[in-house]
Design a binder for this molecule. Structure first.
Ligand SMILES: [Zn+2]
Length: 420
């Protein structure tokens, strides 16, 4: 009997998704309830609760838990259990006036015009949005995509336990990749894995990701390549293209008994270190014992230090998580080493110079930033072979060729390694 890591804070997963007759009955009831519109972030959080990825949450957070999460990663309602980012539902002030504690409401996804769940409202409260942003994102800059969403949300938060009625389009649209935590756990157990490292991906998998995955396989039973299939920001590559590119890589360069690919429906908040912690919580629920945390995990722009997302694991209360971070240094291809390497292993400090035709001109380290890769591809420039396997480049090229409008990809300071 193989033993997998326990879900967060409890002995078992707590999926809030209804099934069978209970689902039909709740759907019928929901048609007669007031419909509370949700943002795409709120919808994706609701689905995460539905599938048990946010175990042991029972619904959208009340004020005490919101405050506890922001302040000290703690949920008072769950005996102070660790939770790194508030999971809340907002409503416009005027609209919220028509809802009273004790009411049951339907949770409505405006984007797909579908009722996604129901909630018994237990509390209405206003929050200090700037405070939340400062705590969670470490900035209140409205140009930060996560901050922007919080600042735009309604003025009142509605809290209460939820029943989830739908997983939206995810199971259909991402067939074969979309996975519930219970399904991932079954797949791990079927292979006899007990130690599993999750590799978080929201960009195409290039050589430095592959390198991290191979290292993880050396120290764990297997690697779970876990892709975000929820919403990203403009300019990011759609999930179906990323899945195809990962398939191309995994099929040729990985042992099939050491890797499983899965997708999860959460929307990125780009909260850097705090989001790395949320990634850790739900990866534990998926059955992973480790989370690979590389450079600038879940970051955006220059808001976070490159290794802030690793350091934060030392700052949280001891025992907060059963899962451990697998902290990896900045990886790159080194022309002197003649292989993939990291800041920890490679003694050659010079940067490799690549001309605008993707040709190597000298120097050692070629930094394989996903952002840089996207920039080259979106501008139709050749990509050095050391960046990514040809099978991956072929999939990406096919995608970029179909784009009518080229998306401008901004490079953040640290990601440059290419000289024009
Ligand atoms: Zn080197």
């Amino acid at each position: 009997m193989h033993k997998l890591i326990l879900p967060h804070g409890s002995g078992e997963l707590r999926p809030l998704l209804l099934e069978g007759e209970a689902l039909q009955e709740e759907l019928r009831k929901a048609t007669g309830l007031k419909h509370v519109p949700m943002t795409s972030r709120e919808t994706s959080d609701l689905i995460m609760m539905g599938i048990g990825a946010f175990t042991p949450l029972e619904g959208f957070m009340a004020r005490d838990d919101w405050q506890g999460c922001c302040e000290s990663y703690r949920m008072p309602s769950q005996n102070g259990l660790f939770w790194p980012i508030p999971i809340t539902l907002s409503a416009e002030e005027d609209y919220a006036k028509s809802i009273a504690p004790g009411d049951e409401v339907a949770l409505w996804d405006t984007e797909t015009d579908a009722v996604m769940g129901t909630m018994k409202v237990t509390e209405k409260y206003a929050i200090d949005k700037e405070y939340e942003c400062k705590q969670v994102f470490h900035t209140t800059d409205p140009a930060h995509p996560g901050v922007e969403k919080v600042m735009e949300q309604g003025a009142v938060n509605l809290a209460g336990p939820v029943k989830v009625l739908s997983e939206s389009y995810y199971p259909e649209m991402f067939k074969g990749i979309y996975q519930r935590p219970a399904e991932a756990r079954e797949a791990f157990a079927a292979r006899g894995w007990t130690t599993v490292a999750a590799l978080q991906l929201r960009n195409p998998m290039h050589n430095s990701h592959a390198y991290l995955a191979w290292i993880a396989i050396e120290v764990c039973d297997g690697v779970y390549i876990h892709q975000l299939v929820g919403k990203l920001k403009p300019g990011d590559i759609p999930a179906e293209v990323r899945v195809k590119a990962i398939d191309a890589l995994v099929n040729k360069y990985f042992r099939k008994d050491r890797v499983i690919q899965g997708g999860y429906p959460m929307e990125m908040r780009y909260a850097g270190p705090r989001e790395a912690l949320l990634h850790a919580v739900f990866r534990q629920n998926y059955g992973c014992t480790h989370l690979i945390v590389g450079r600038d995990h879940a970051g955006v722009g220059d808001y976070y230090g490159p290794f802030d997302a690793q350091k934060i694991f030392n700052e949280i209360p001891p025992g907060a998580l059963l899962l451990h971070p697998l902290c990896m240094d900045w990886t790159f291809y080194c022309y002197e080493c003649g292989s993939m390497a990291s800041m920890k292993t490679c003694p050659h400090e010079s940067k490799a110079v690549i001309d605008e035709n993707g040709k190597y001109k000298g120097g050692a380290r070629l930094l394989l930033s996903g952002t840089l890769l996207r920039k080259l591809m979106s501008e139709g420039k050749p990509v050095p072979a050391e960046f990514s396997k040809p099978e991956v480049i072929a999939v990406l090229k096919e995608y970029y060729d179909t784009l009518e409008e080229k998306v401008e990809v901004k490079l953040h300071g640290a990601a440059t390694g290419i000289q024009k």
